[in-house]
Design a protein around this ligand. Structure first.
Ligand SMILES: [Zn+2]
Length: 435
């Protein structure tokens, strides 16, 4: 079987996508105007219905899947997902575009209507414009333009819109992957149109380990602290060790992963929070705090690790630091609790979806694609681990630094260019077999 893209397909696809410019604008605006806020998970069913209506009118078979029993799923806030599949006219591979439909809270500082979808010049504004309703709209236009141009394609195209990426993806891609939707025998290539920018291919992400460390103390009157034992002072000793021993050690661990920004090409650790002693007063409380020695103090650690590191060794680094204090510091005791963990992942550059996307970027933009790895995780983690599918990348329009910001926007030209890249990938991977 010989696969060969017709030589004149690029200009024809470009023309089809250019002709759909108004449709792309309207689709992006419609998606932004459905305020799918997470938490708590608003309007998930509404956006899935909207997408299902559109895609079933264009020959896709659609399914609405509720992640029943997943974290966050309830009768009040059901976790709805939509998967659409369009079969070609001959057997072949399936290319799947996966976008999350949830958006984060609006926050302060907006000068535009957050759910207005306002078009101003080249930009469409709104919460979720770049992260990632613009990418979702671009992938839909790409698929529709491709189907119009090559109605006799081989294989299948899938488009999914999934819940809860912003809160871990358990009610979205993780659930679908657990139900077999990303099994390698039904899906062979996955593109996640997250806002990585139109000239970049994101191969994967670093690993994550979150943990809570608690130091123990003994409560006493604050005027006689020698009668108690301060958990805050013990935590101070932990922070001291982290500062003077762990941070210098972490900065020596460098990765071969092309993580951007470059500062994240090493192991990193953030202390997300610290709480010690009595609870903070309610807002508006006008009294004074009580004088007590802190009997406990907690920190939440956010450790990001590299593909060269193993998670047990990452954890042992922290516990050996704590055990060292336990043997050297009188009265020191601690507990540690795992909160969350994700393995690092990186798709190989030789993988078919990577090669095909790189070739399409070169055709559309006239430049060599940049390969990057994300410092934080996204839904690729579930496709990789639960779905066992390694041929997966993130590629989409929009600028990552605008995500979660006030006045978030996505550029029309970027959406059109990346839609053309995605359509060319479809043309390459789903070309009809030469007969
Ligand atoms: Zn996103």
């Amino acid at each position: 079987m010989i696969r060969k893209m017709e030589p004149d397909l690029h200009p024809r696809l470009a023309a089809e996508i250019a002709a759909r410019r108004d449709d792309l604008i309207a689709l992006t605006q419609d998606l932004i105007r459905i305020p799918t806020l997470n938490p708590p998970g608003r309007h998930y069913r509404e956006i899935c219905d909207y997408l299902s209506d559109r895609l079933s009118a264009r020959g896709f078979v659609t399914a609405l899947v509720r992640a029943e029993g997943a974290p966050g799923d309830s009768e009040t806030w059901p976790r709805w997902n939509m998967v659409a599949r369009r079969e070609g006219s001959a057997p072949g591979d399936c290319v799947h575009f996966n976008s999350h439909h949830d958006v984060v809270e609006v926050g302060h500082g907006w000068t535009r209507e957050p759910f207005g979808g306002e078009l101003d010049g080249d930009r469409i504004y709104g919460r979720g414009a770049c992260d990632m309703k613009g990418g979702l709209a671009a992938s839909i236009i790409a698929a529709e333009a491709f189907i119009a141009t090559c109605p006799d394609f081989s294989g299948a195209i899938e488009i999914s819109a999934t819940a809860d990426e912003e809160s871990g993806g358990y009610g979205g891609v993780a659930y679908l992957a657990g139900q077999g939707w990303f099994d390698p025998d039904r899906v062979q290539h996955v593109i996640i149109p997250e806002p990585l920018h139109k000239d970049r291919i994101c191969l994967g992400h670093r690993g994550v380990w979150w943990a809570e460390v608690e130091t123990k103390g003994r409560i006493a009157h604050g005027s006689m602290p020698f009668l108690g034992d301060s958990a805050i002072r013990h935590m101070g000793a932990v922070l001291e060790e982290i500062e003077h021993r762990l941070y210098p050690h972490l900065s020596t661990k460098r990765t071969a992963m092309p993580v951007v920004p470059e500062g994240a090409r090493q192991s990193t650790l953030n202390i997300n929070s610290i709480h010690g002693g009595e609870a903070e007063a309610e807002p508006g409380f006008t009294g004074l705090p009580a004088p007590c020695v802190a009997d406990r103090c907690r920190i939440v650690l956010d450790r990001r690790f590299l593909i060269e590191e193993a998670l047990p060794e990452v954890k042992a680094e922290m516990t050996s630091l704590l055990d060292g204090l336990k043997s050297s510091r009188p009265g020191f005791d601690y507990t540690i609790r795992d909160l969350f963990e994700v393995q690092p992942t990186m798709t190989e550059r030789a993988a078919p979806v990577v090669r095909s996307t790189a070739a399409a970027i070169e055709k559309v933009l006239g430049q060599v694609a940049d390969y990057v790895v994300s410092p934080g995780t996204y839904d690729q983690k579930h496709i990789d681990r639960i779905g066992r599918l390694k041929n997966c990348i993130a590629y989409g329009p929009g600028l990552l630094h605008l995500a979660h910001q006030p006045d978030e926007w996505v550029g029309m030209q970027d959406m059109q260019d990346s839609a053309l890249v995605m359509a060319l990938v479809l043309a390459d991977l789903l070309a009809p077999a030469a007969r």
